[in-house]
Design a protein around this ligand. Structure first.
Ligand code: MC0
Length: 132
């Protein structure tokens, strides 16, 4: 059902500072930067093998990542899994009774289709399903 770890999303307060840290410390180069207003974030992506590290700065306090940082501080925010057929996976999760944040696919970054699964159904881990 999942065919890869697409990305790990990491909540940061200051995107420019975090990009600088990742480049200098881990020797990775910025591959993509995008503001996604629908999700209330600006993101920066680094390629690592077939996966991405995604740094997320909230666009304001009343956004998913803004609220997360207020409550828990910076850190791992979600895991994104690549799926070949997002609708099929959503139908399967509905049948399994797993609580979904998005019952239907919506627009993610890089032109992808995404849907989030509620952390209360996944042992406290926010999961994003990504179809490129
Ligand atoms: C909140 N909670 C989390 C969490 N965010 N648990 C694990 N991981 C997270 N990231 C927990 C809180 O601690 C709390 O637990 C409960 O969920 C309710 O939290 P809340 O602060 O009251 O917030 P809600 O309920 O308003 O919203 C939480 C929810 C929301 C996960 C539903 O953040 C959401 O819809 N997220 C999906 C969209 C998203 O995250 N977008 C930003 C990434 P307790 O135990 O205290 O009840 S955008 C992105 O990633 C894009 C650009 C992309 O890749 O394409």
């Amino acid at each position: 059902m999942f065919d890869r770890v697409d990305h790990v999303g990491i909540a940061v307060r200051n995107l420019d500072a975090a990009i600088g840290f990742y480049e200098k410390t881990f020797g990775v180069s910025l591959a993509h930067r995008e503001r996604v207003d629908e999700q209330g974030v600006e993101e920066a992506m680094f390629r690592v093998g077939e996966s991405w590290i995604q740094l997320l700065q909230p666009l304001g306090p009343d956004t998913p990542v803004g609220k997360f940082i207020d409550k828990r501080g910076e850190g791992v925010h979600h895991v994104g899994y690549g799926v070949p057929d997002l609708r099929k996976v959503l139908d399967h999760l509905k049948e399994e009774g797993v609580p979904l944040i998005d019952a239907e696919p919506r627009r993610g970054s890089r032109g992808s289709q995404v849907a989030f699964v509620h952390p209360k159904g996944v042992g406290g881990v926010l999961v994003e399903l990504v179809q490129e």
